[in-house]
Write a new protein. Structure first.
Length: 166
């Protein structure tokens, strides 16, 4: 099986869906954010504050390239699609699934989450970041799954149905 890359804005459920989908498909699971944190022994917030976003994006790209080319479900960071080489890597080695979630749902999910440096801004900047990434997500996705008002099980089942038919 080719890799399945889950993309989407922070808070869209990539990690939760990825873990469940990997169990359902009986394959490996990789979370690029968790891999960066483990490798550098720092939280993403610490990397951002000490080294900046560009350092984090570089680390994220390295982790993406170290993932085996098959039999993995991969949850990516929300900004991984900002790097064209990352998108090409994912397209060359798998299927890209965009978990499309509304700003309102994300805002509700992340309202008390202080661990996300790009989210801890005023509402206008949050909305601007969300809107800036929408076209990127849509343009590189092979499959788009709308997640609002769906259970985790329903989202996993929908992704699985697309993957099985590929």
């Amino acid at each position: 099986m080719k890799n399945i890359y889950l993309i989407g804005f922070m808070g869209s459920g990539k990690s939760s869906v990825g873990r469940c989908l990997s169990v359902t498909l009986n394959c490996n699971y990789v979370d690029t954010d968790a891999a960066v944190e483990a490798k550098y022994n720092k939280t993403i917030a610490t990397i951002f504050s000490e080294e900046g976003e560009s350092a984090f994006r570089s680390y994220e790209s390295v982790e993406l390239r170290e993932i085996p080319y098959n039999n993995c479900v991969v949850s990516t960071g929300g900004g991984i699609i900002k790097n064209h080489n990352n998108v090409e890597q994912m397209k060359d080695t798998g299927i890209i699934v965009y978990l499309a979630t509304s700003f309102e749902k994300i805002d509700n999910r992340l309202k008390t989450d202080l661990s996300r440096p790009l989210w801890n801004q005023n509402k206008q900047k949050q909305k601007q970041l969300f809107e800036e990434r929408l076209d990127l997500y849509r343009s590189c996705a092979d499959i788009t799954v709308l997640t609002d008002d769906k259970s985790l099980d329903d989202i996993v089942a929908e992704v699985r149905s697309y993957i099985v038919s590929e």
